[in-house]
Design a protein around this ligand. Sequence first.
Ligand SMILES: NC(=O)c1ccc[n+]([C@@H]2O[C@H](COP(=O)([O-])OP(=O)(O)OC[C@H]3O[C@@H](n4cnc5c(N)ncnc54)[C@H](OP(=O)(O)O)[C@@H]3O)[C@@H](O)[C@H]2O)c1
Length: 335
Amino acid sequence: MSDDTHGGVTTMRAVVRDAYCSPDALELGVVPRPVAGDDEVLVRVHAAGVDPGVWHVVTGLPYVVRVALGPFRPKVRVPGTDVAGRVEAVGRNVTRFRPGDEVFGTCGGSFGEYACARQERIAPKPVNVTFEQAAAIPTSALTALQGLRDRGGIRAGQRVLITGAGGGVGTFAVQLAKTFGADVTGVCGAGKTDLVRSLGADDAVDHTRRDFADGSRRYDLILDTAGGRPLSHLRRALTPGGTLVLVGGEGGGRWLQGTDRQMRAMALSPFVGQNLRVMLLSPEGREKDLRFLRERVESGEVTPVVAGTYPLGEVPEAIRCMRDVRPGGKIVVTV
Ligand SMILES: NC(=O)c1ccc[n+]([C@@H]2O[C@H](COP(=O)([O-])OP(=O)(O)OC[C@H]3O[C@@H](n4cnc5c(N)ncnc54)[C@H](OP(=O)(O)O)[C@@H]3O)[C@@H](O)[C@H]2O)c1
């Protein structure tokens, strides 16, 4: 740690940028240490999760995301959302956390030595995992949970298909779907079928060898995290009254990326027997969901898969690994 005081301002090391840029242009800098607002907790960051959202925040692509992130330049200088660390200080309205508590959750700017998080966006860290594992959980596991339970209405005994099953969201979705009592099939690349089975999937389909929509099996619920496939292809694998939840997908144009597919799904859904739904991670009930995930992790039903760790000074390499190597599970930055 290198926090220091310059001209009365306490500073810290962080990844900073003032414009949308390539992840390769990200560098470490020295910035003022954030100060917790009344409802916030200042966290000494130990680990920060990396997921495709980080790439979108850094590049400002597709352009449609700039509506929320800042049209001309990013509103938040330090990227990174998922955090695990120790509470350093709390705002005056914070009642649930005290300095020294180990926490995990989401915040604005976790690629730095300190970050401020709203108290309802964090929860006590699962006691049986490392900070690195805890930082792998928030965005990916919350997305898997809300996608299966809230958007998908998952029920015991259903046949559930998860695309991108070896990825960040997918590795949590496979495990969570099993805890809901579903029969789970995971779709992934050739090198990840063993991983997907080891997470509890009843079947793993290598998409380079087998088409899950070949008509041999239909699913009550499909969670599509890999994107890229046309709606018609996904619907062929769905039962007549089944539910498709579109989570995401990389690639596509600079303006909309996969969002046009999501808009088509919403427009089509009222006119077909199948339910075509779009997943948008909600901040509602986040603390409750983080506590739910913490219990599943502590009970051993869900285990975060950390594919690799990179130090804070190597965030560009971490992002490159996530996008280009696509290892199974999550990449985490250690601080
Ligand atoms: N809607 C929301 O609220 C929400 C929240 C979180 C994430 N997301 C989105 O959901 C998607 C999945 O997130 P994630 O964290 O699971 O990502 P990830 O860790 O990169 O995993 C995605 C998986 O999709 C597969 N894939 C197939 N084609 C791909 C391509 N062209 N580029 C990258 N991966 C490809 C890969 O599996 P194989 O290599 O095995 O084929 C990869 O493991 C992303 O698009 C992300 O932005 C949306």
